[in-house]
Design a protein around this ligand. Structure first.
Ligand code: FES
Length: 161
């Protein structure tokens, strides 16, 4: 007479082998995803010419449209004009990297994050920023002013127009 077989495992419960397969599959997918993200970042860096978007040249229009003593933001840089001529300031706060904005009424750049303030020439006036805003290269290309955020220049540099 045949003996009844006892079940070796609960049919509703996943087997240990199944759990391990699922864990390996999840790990594999996470690894493939991480490699894909890293590859995407490298390709974006290569296609942008090797720098971040903040380092790309910024076209600022034709000279002549800015009064002496004023500044105008163009993304990560500001076009500024003083009695000596035009120059460009990096709008990356030297404290923690926020973007200061020009406040015409107060004649200064103010950082919205922790309140650092900077004079028209970029010099630090107050706040936690350890230094002033950086001066970057400003050139005329064709008939347009173009700032080059990745090229620091001496703060005394001016472009005549
Ligand atoms: S990031 Fe500008 S003051 Fe902190």
């Amino acid at each position: 007479m045949p003996q009844p077989q006892l079940p070796t495992s609960d049919p509703g419960k996943p087997s240990r082998r199944g759990v391990l397969k699922l864990a390996y599959a999840s790990l594999w997918l996470a690894l493939v995803g991480a490699v894909g993200l890293g590859l995407g970042a490298v390709l974006r860096l290569i296609s942008s010419g090797g720098g971040s978007p903040q380092d790309q040249p910024v076209e600022m229009g034709q000279p002549g449209g800015l009064a002496v003593g004023q500044a105008k933001a163009h993304g990560p840089v500001a076009l500024v004009r003083d009695a000596g001529g035009y120059f460009a300031l990096s709008l990356v706060c030297p404290h923690l990297g926020c973007r200061p904005a020009w406040h015409k009424a107060q004649s200064r750049f103010l950082c919205p994050c922790h309140g650092s303030s900077f004079a028209l020439d970029g010099a630090r006036l107050s706040g936690p920023a350890p230094k002033g805003l950086g001066h970057v290269a400003l050139k005329i290309t064709g008939d347009k002013l173009v700032a080059h955020p990745s090229q620091p220049v001496d703060p005394a540099t001016r472009l005549q127009s």
